[in-house]
Design a protein around this ligand. Structure first.
Ligand SMILES: Cc1cc2nc3c(=O)[nH]c(=O)nc-3n(C[C@H](O)[C@H](O)[C@H](O)COP(=O)(O)OP(=O)(O)OC[C@H]3O[C@@H](n4cnc5c(N)ncnc54)[C@H](O)[C@@H]3O)c2cc1C
Length: 327
């Protein structure tokens, strides 16, 4: 039975871990205090915000099959939002999302999916892997505090591309990862005691520095208190990566007010969150990277596209391949 270290407990890390844990010893290292990665949920009592992934679709049979038990267990549900497309403050199209084309979310928060998938796995939270070194036939992992995290036959990195590049350098996988550019995004989180008057629950925004607004509290199973999540465009976030949080908050709040005509002063909670590595364009290459000789691999959305389903497809493909190689 091979020992396998998986770096990252986002969807890709959890999927590859669950598959391989059926016949191997798997330990997952996650630098955050919780699982789920970019499928994140933040609580700011009495409000809750999915500040990363908003919803996801399932186009492949494999992903639909994977989701079935989660839907059955009530961990995943269909968000039937009133959707609008906006050109700044003008509504240019509306649509009612329906069961024919489900828009899935985690319940009661997006991170519930990661929590459910991590059940039964050996996940070490609050444990960032800083480096790995070859020790004979095995990998020695070292943490941020220079602590030894253990020895493993295989290491799988599921962190975003440039973090994987830094971790796995100088292996060839690192140079593959270093070529993949990921875009940033800011999330403005707004909580209201009195729900603002909006005719939609999810909006795609054009011609603005904001690309998306959702009434997070309209998703199934959320607290009744009104929470909104506003995402910047990737382009604006890339250009303002080093701005201080107050400047970012002011600009996005201003854009939000101009687009929705909602008085931001009515919000009783306002915060902003930066995602340095949020999204990645559709990729054309392999679904994962693997160095069978050195027993090193990587998976994640950045092999496919910055989508939840992309992370799943990459992880499932890698698990299938390592399942054959690991012994
Ligand atoms: C703002 C935003 C909006 C989005 N909207 C959507 C959407 O609407 N629909 C959609 O389908 N997708 C959306 N996405 C993309 C989607 O969230 C991702 O494609 C998917 O969650 C990626 O999963 P992953 O497992 O590949 O990576 P991640 O979720 O990033 O997981 C990687 C994990 O590795 C951990 N890690 C990194 N370095 C280390 C280290 N050194 N040691 C230990 N752990 C480490 C990280 O903490 C993280 O938990 C959005 C993402 C963002 C940020």
């Amino acid at each position: 039975m091979a020992t396998i270290a998986v770096i990252g407990a986002g969807l890709a890390g959890l999927v590859v871990s669950r598959e391989l844990a059926q016949s191997h010893d798997v330990v997952v290292f996650e630098k955050s205090r919780g699982v789920a990665g970019r499928m994140a949920t933040r609580r700011a009592d009495p409000f809750e915000f999915d500040h990363g992934a908003q919803f996801f679709t399932a186009r492949s049979d494999a992903f639909r099959t994977f989701l079935e038990p989660l839907v059955e267990a009530g961990v995943v549900a269909d968000w039937q939002a009133r959707f609008a497309e906006l050109r700044r403050d003008e509504i240019v199209a509306t649509r009612q999302w329906d069961t024919e084309h489900p828009h899935y979310v985690g319940v009661p928060g997006m991170n519930a999916i990661g929590k459910a998938l991590s059940s039964g796995l050996d996940v070490r939270l609050d444990t960032a892997v800083r480096s790995l070194t070859r020790d004979g036939e095995r990998w020695q992992l070292v943490g941020e505090r220079q602590e030894r995290l253990g020895e493993f036959d295989w290491v799988i990195a599921s962190a975003p591309a440039s973090q994987t590049a830094a971790l796995l350098a100088p292996a060839s996988i690192a140079s593959t990862a270093a070529k993949v550019g990921m875009d940033a995004c800011y999330a403005l989180l707004l909580g209201f005691d009195e729900p603002p008057d909006l005719s939609w629950q999810a909006a795609l925004v054009h011609d603005a520095d904001i690309s998306w607004i959702s009434v997070n509290s309209s998703k199934p199973g959320r607290p009744a208190t009104c929470s909104l999540v506003v995402h910047s465009t990737n382009a604006w976030a890339n250009a303002h990566l080093d701005d201080d949080a107050e400047t970012v908050r002011r600009h996005l709040a201003d854009e939000f007010c101009k687009i929705t005509h909602v008085d931001i002063a009515a919000a009783t909670f306002v915060d902003v969150q930066r995602w340095r590595y949020a999204n990645v364009d559709r990729q054309k290459g392999d679904l994962y990277a693997l160095d069978a000789e050195r027993r090193l691999a990587a998976c994640g959305d950045w092999f496919v596209r910055g989508r939840v389903e992309g992370a799943f497809i990459s992880a499932l493909a890698l698990a299938g391949r390592i399942g054959q190689d690991a012994s």
